[in-house]
Design a protein around this ligand. Structure first.
Ligand SMILES: Cc1cc2nc3c(=O)[nH]c(=O)nc-3n(C[C@H](O)[C@H](O)[C@H](O)COP(=O)(O)O)c2cc1C
Length: 392
């Protein structure tokens, strides 16, 4: 059975839910670790008011018994703590009556925001109230994707595969442009997830300035996967190529507009001899190695044993406190687009989300190569493959 999941839930509805199918039995799960991923998603300088309300926690409702997976569908739920304030407007079983009507009207959205799917979504589904679109399209949905990533990381850790991320730039401030002299041990220690302490401070100032101007900011981040053997992913069909699948996972995060792997766009400007990673054989480590890692660990959609390096570019948050011009959905008259409570910059959170969507994709690729219904079965075939690689 392959791995897959479906999720449901609105931003201000009762909860977000996912049902995961095909996850191995016998994997020890720590809800604290999943909650820690959820907490990491909620941090970062430049977030708006909602982060203070949320403090997400996962409820595991099926597929796990006494902290061990059963091989049955795993149901994860994250309650929306803000739902209490929205119950009358969002209750799936509620009714529009005289009491709730004025509140529903008050919370209805008719002015589509540029940069959101508000207008296209309303036209596509025939909604008059754009709330019906934004409730699902908003990045709140990524909380459940991060919980799934947290579950995936539990498995990957047991195979000695680790995933980290850090922020490379916010607005015009980039770690590459400044010769930093003091570094954090982990991106988690920085409010902007930037490894350089001085650049972190500059990024915070950049965000403050944007906020003062009623502006928003985007930026770039990098995800690194360590510990993957060569041979994960496939080259035989376009939709099995791991580079395509990882790019798609990152691109599907709200606000991401660019993805690159390894040298990415830069490789198009260089001579071939400066791009391709030369191969040598390490007798001591009994493995084929690369002198450089410009390919970001992937050639032909298959891992080559070097760390995976994937970067994403996030656009500035579309909701601005200096609203952009738009047109009312019902009257067609020009308006300044409505302002929902909004983040000014969410690049640090986006980098955590990216880590977690990558964790899921790696799990899927591992399942395809090594199969297994139980963790023990997976481990046997994984270790046999590692032993084979040492003997090639
Ligand atoms: C963690 C995170 C938080 C976000 N917060 C906001 C926000 O507060 N306000 C907003 O307008 N957009 C926010 N966005 C971006 C929008 O959700 C996104 O731009 C929009 O759904 C349109 O999708 P697209 O940019 O991928 O085309 C956020 C994105 C992420 C990843």
């Amino acid at each position: 059975m392959s791995l897959r999941y479906l999720s449901g839930g609105e931003s201000h509805g009762p909860c977000l839910t996912a049902i995961i199918e095909g996850f191995w039995s016998g994997v020890e799960i720590s809800p604290e670790n999943i909650n820690n991923e959820l907490k990491r998603r909620q941090q970062g300088y430049g977030r708006g008011g909602r982060m203070k309300i949320e403090s997400d926690e996962v409820d595991i409702l099926s597929g796990v018994r006494l902290k061990k997976t059963l091989g049955t569908p795993i149901t994860l739920q994250i309650k929306n703590k803000d739902y209490e304030n929205w119950k009358e407007v969002m209750d799936p079983e509620g009714e529009e009556d005289d009491k709730s009507r004025s509140l529903i009207e008050e919370k209805s959205v008719t002015k589509p925001r540029p940069g959101h799917v508000d207008l296209s979504g309303a036209l596509k589904y025939g909604h008059k109230d754009i709330r019906n679109v934004l409730e699902r399209a908003s990045a709140r949905e990524t909380a459940v994707r991060v919980a799934i990533g947290g579950l995936s990381k539990e498995l990957l850790n047991k195979l000695n595969i680790s995933i980290s991320s850090h922020v490379l730039s916010i607005g015009s401030v980039s770690i590459n442009d400044i010769a930093g002299d003091s570094f954090y041990e982990s991106a988690d220690d920085s409010e902007t997830r930037c490894l350089d302490k001085n650049v972190t401070e500059k990024m915070k100032k950049e965000i403050d300035t944007a906020k003062e101007r009623g502006e928003s900011l985007g930026g770039t981040f990098e995800v690194i996967v360590n510990g993957l053997p060569p041979g994960i992913g496939d080259y035989v069909h376009w939709d099995k190529k791991l580079d395509g699948r990882l790019s798609s996972a990152i691109m599907s995060i709200q606000g991401v507009k660019g993805v690159e792997i390894g040298l990415g766009f830069e490789s198009s400007r260089l001579f071939g001899s400066k791009v391709h990673d030369e191969i040598y054989y390490s007798k001591s480590e009994k493995s084929f190695r690369r002198k450089t890692n410009n390919a970001g660990g992937l050639e032909g959609g298959v891992t080559n044993g070097a760390p995976l390096i994937i970067r994403g570019a996030m656009k500035p948050i579309p909701t601005l406190y200096t609203p952009l011009k738009s047109v009312s959905l019902d009257t067609k008259e020009a308006f300044e687009a409505s302002v929902e409570r909004s983040d000014c910059c969410a690049v640090p959170a986006c980098s955590v989300i990216a880590e977690n969507v990558i964790a899921w994709e790696i799990c899927k690729a591992i399942k395809e190569k090594f199969g297994g219904d139980s963790f023990e079965e997976l481990k046997r075939s994984y270790e046999a493959y590692l032993a084979y690689l040492r003997e090639v």
